[in-house]
Design a protein around this ligand. Structure first.
Ligand SMILES: [Zn+2]
Length: 94
């Protein structure tokens, strides 16, 4: 571990911020907004101070959005419900 990394770690510890490794582990949940607000806040603060993690999150976001484009869009649940309702009514008629 370099002196610089040690210094940055000490600084984050002093500010009660997660380390870069922790932020990288949180990346997915952070982008999904799945973290609780206090974790979201400290991760956000770390990101403001850390160029490394800014780059990591940006790259992660790119990969994540690429992955999403390959997923089929799911039906709107409300629309699905209406469709089922419509179909069941149709079937119920003599
Ligand atoms: Zn970092």
């Amino acid at each position: 571990m370099s002196v610089k990394t040690k210094f940055i770690r000490a600084m984050f510890a002093m500010m009660h911020l997660p380390t870069c490794e922790e932020v990288e582990q949180f990346a997915y949940d952070f982008l999904e907004g799945a973290l609780d607000s206090s974790t979201m806040k400290v991760v956000g603060r770390h990101l403001k101070a850390c160029k490394n993690c800014q780059r990591f999150i940006a790259a992660y976001r790119k990969t994540a959005s690429l992955g999403k484009t390959f997923q089929k869009p799911s039906l709107d649940p409300e629309f699905k419900e209406k469709l089922f309702e419509f179909l069941s009514h149709q079937g119920g008629r003599p």
